[in-house]
Design a protein around this ligand. Structure first.
Ligand code: GLU
Length: 425
């Protein structure tokens, strides 16, 4: 395995699926996988596309498209979130499902990978409409999801309430309550303490470890966080609590900046009152794109795919990028950033805290035995820091990037599971 596999110099992956395929190709080259295993891992195991008809509150009907993709089942049931967004399409769901396979394998939790989504803008629907969309989508999938088959969780545009409707729909269909069918549920129906903050906590744990690795203490560090939703908001709050100066945050409506550091708790209150970070008093308005180019120690993209591309990677001035989002960096940007000496902690490691605590929730639900929040946090930190240390040590040993290393470890584990199970028939 001498040398670095050829990168597709000049090639700009135009979709998350092309990016995921390219990352798999690089890892497969390093691992020397044969063409059959490559072909198997490059393609989802199972895909379901469904119509999701909705009777709106005023009586008219519209029909949305929903997907569930199970990328791989070799290491256990499929696992991954459900996204409600107008941008959802089958190729995006395929990419996100593949990344879930690698994430679960890297963190060594006993799952394959899946993802689902409905191409709908949840902000355009009333709560009863959202409930009907969620229940109809779930009911179309009852044959393929369940605690031993495929376990959904929240993602962009979905939350605890969505998960409560999903688990209720599955349970009504089966005639008994199935708490392990879905994770990210409200605590009152079997959610895990610590699940709602888990992704953010994991992001911050590896971010602080990556800063330390470059000799930067939290008190010296500045950070910019893109996205102020389920991941970015908690990450910004926890970074500030750790003593990091968070100088900029953003959401889909705009970005705000204060070189002296934003009062993140006050920003969170402002968002609760107004619905956006925009117009937060003690800050300057900046363009969302500018946030990605600020001269900070830490940049945490915690929103959507493809925000760091060939178009802006040369302008990125952060020392460390910690990927709270799935797939925020295209392969072309990855290469540029790496050549510029910027450390990237990849998504399948950085944002794995959510699925790790989903695993804890599933274990607790299946056993009907509940842990305390501090037990959850201790075990989460053991998983996150363990995976970080493994990736760091292996990257040092091989001279590969953190992303290449993390992907190689994950792909190798899945390929090994496939090898020992054998090909049927
Ligand atoms: N949607 C989250 C992710 O992308 C969580 C998935 C889960 O908990 O299954 O990792």
């Amino acid at each position: 395995m001498a040398g670095r596999p050829a990168t597709t110099g000049g090639f700009e992956a135009s979709s998350p699926l092309e990016a995921a395929q390219e990352q798999l190709r690089v890892a497969s080259d390093y691992l020397g996988l044969d063409s059959g295993v490559r072909a198997l891992l490059a393609q989802p195991r199972r895909e379901v596309t469904v119509s999701v008809p909705l009777r709106h509150d005023d009586g008219h009907v519209s029909v949305f498209v929903g997907h569930r993709v199970q990328h791989n089942l070799d290491r256990g049931p499929a696992k991954g979130g459900v996204r409600f967004s107008p941008h959802v399409n089958l190729d995006e769901v395929r990419a996100l499902a593949m990344w879930m396979t690698w994430k679960c394998a890297l963190l060594n939790i006993p799952y394959g990978g899946a993802k689902g989504g409905v191409a709908v803008d949840p902000r355009q629907l009333s709560v009863p409409e959202l409930e009907r969309v969620t229940r109809r989508y779930t009911s179309e999938l009852v044959g393929v999801i369940g605690p031993e088959r495929d376990i959904p969780a929240p993602d962009i545009g979905t939350d605890e309430q969505t998960m409560a409707w999903m688990v209720d729909t599955i349970s009504v269909d089966r005639g008994y309550t199935v708490p392990g069918a879905v994770t990210g549920k409200p605590i009152s129906i079997g959610g895990s303490p610590g699940r709602s903050i888990a992704t953010s906590l994991g992001v911050v744990q590896v971010a602080l470890a990556a800063l330390e690795d470059r000799g930067i203490t939290p008190g010296q560090a500045s950070a910019a966080v893109q996205g102020f939703g389920k991941v970015g908001r908690g990450a910004a709050i926890l970074l500030a609590e750790a003593g990091v100066r968070v100088v900029a945050v953003s959401d889909q409506y705009g970005a705000i900046h204060n070189a002296a550091g934003l009062d993140i708790d006050a920003v969170a209150t402002h968002v609760d009152l107004t619905g956006s970070v925009v117009d937060f008093p003690e800050s300057d308005a900046i363009e969302g794109a500018q946030l990605l180019e600020l001269k900070v120690d830490l940049l945490a993209p915690c929103a959507v795919e493809g925000v760091l591309s060939g178009a802006n990677a040369h302008q990125v001035s952060a020392k460390i990028i910690v990927e709270g989002a799935n797939g925020p960096t295209t392969p072309e940007a990855d290469k540029i950033l790496q050549d510029r000496g910027i450390t990237i902690v990849p998504d399948i490691l950085a944002n794995a805290g959510g699925v790790v605590v989903s695993y804890f929730e599933w274990v607790q639900g299946n056993q009907a035995y509940w842990w305390t929040e501090s037990e959850v946090e201790t075990r989460l930190s053991r998983h996150m820091i363990g995976a970080w240390e493994l990736v760091r040590a292996e990257a040092r040993r091989t001279g590969r990037t953190f992303r290449e290393t993390a992907t190689c470890i994950a792909v190798d584990r899945v390929a090994e599971a496939h090898r020992v199970r054998g090909l049927y028939p």
